[in-house]
Design a protein around this ligand. Sequence first.
Ligand code: C2E
Ligand code: MG
Ligand code: MG
Ligand code: MG
Length: 286
Amino acid sequence: YQAKRERREFVVYHSDSDNHTPERLALHTQLSRAIRENCLALHYQPKVRLSDRQVVGFEALLRWPHPEKGMISPGDFIPLAESTELIHPLTHWVLDEALGQLRRWQEQGLGTCLAVNISPHNLLNPGFTEELRELLASHQVAAEWLELEVTEGALMADPERALRSLLAIRELGVTLSIDDFGTGYSSLAYLKRLPTQLLKIDRTFVSAMTHNASDAMIVQSTLALAHNFSMQVVAEGVEDEATAAALNRLGCDIAQGYYFGRPMPAAGVEQWRAAYGQPHDKSASN
Ligand code: C2E
Ligand code: MG
Ligand code: MG
Ligand code: MG
């Protein structure tokens, strides 16, 4: 565990003591095998443009179908991967799978953007940009179709290095987005320097905005801020029409949430698209 020791400065989410319990060590071994043996899965959640309710892309969300524990959510194993070197092969697997899917959709004529979540450890890994470039080339996918989401908190671990890395990734033509905005502590001076095109308002503010005035105010201020910095805004966690309509009135660009579609396996996406496009869809219901 020398490698783990060296990366201790990056352990953000879990204390070391958590990582050394027999259960976590066993889970680590199983996760490592799941990556190698291709036993993870991506689910895809639609992103919808609020002005005309058109689908503008999807976000890939990682799932681990565990033989005994059932489906494990990323929140329960990403921190474990992040506390060791496992986050690197894990992200490689995710990008490889996501780009493969993107390519298949393009071949089927379903041109769409796909967003992938990356960890701060990926961003701070010096070889990451090159790895990304090679993956795009090997899947023959133009960089414009790929979007990378980095959480605001993640950028704060090492703001200067994160910024350099984002600039290099942006050079490739990949779209960048700040995830979970409002939960970190980035300064306006830092935000202004980021080469990001999208900002995602965290769902904690979105979910209560129709009945909580201060959350509505946070959403409104974030929209003004992002638009002043020429970024488009995505609202996360939209669960009802009232929220979607309120966001549209405030000028929010894109929405994502259970109201439009839950994360689903690739096999369900085509069917979802067909159903969404029907006359009784969300855009016609109000
Ligand atoms: P995130 O990127 O902010 O993703 C949004 C999360 O909110 C997802 O949880 C999604 O399923 C959930 N969600 C979407 N719409 C709604 C809604 O209307 N209501 C509610 N209550 N929840 C909604 P999930 O899939 O459990 O992912 C959790 C987090 O794990 C993600 O947050 C992301 O930070 C991380 N993650 C997911 N996949 C990956 C990955 O491939 N790599 C890395 N590094 N992190 C990942
Ligand atoms: Mg995300
Ligand atoms: Mg998010
Ligand atoms: Mg979030």
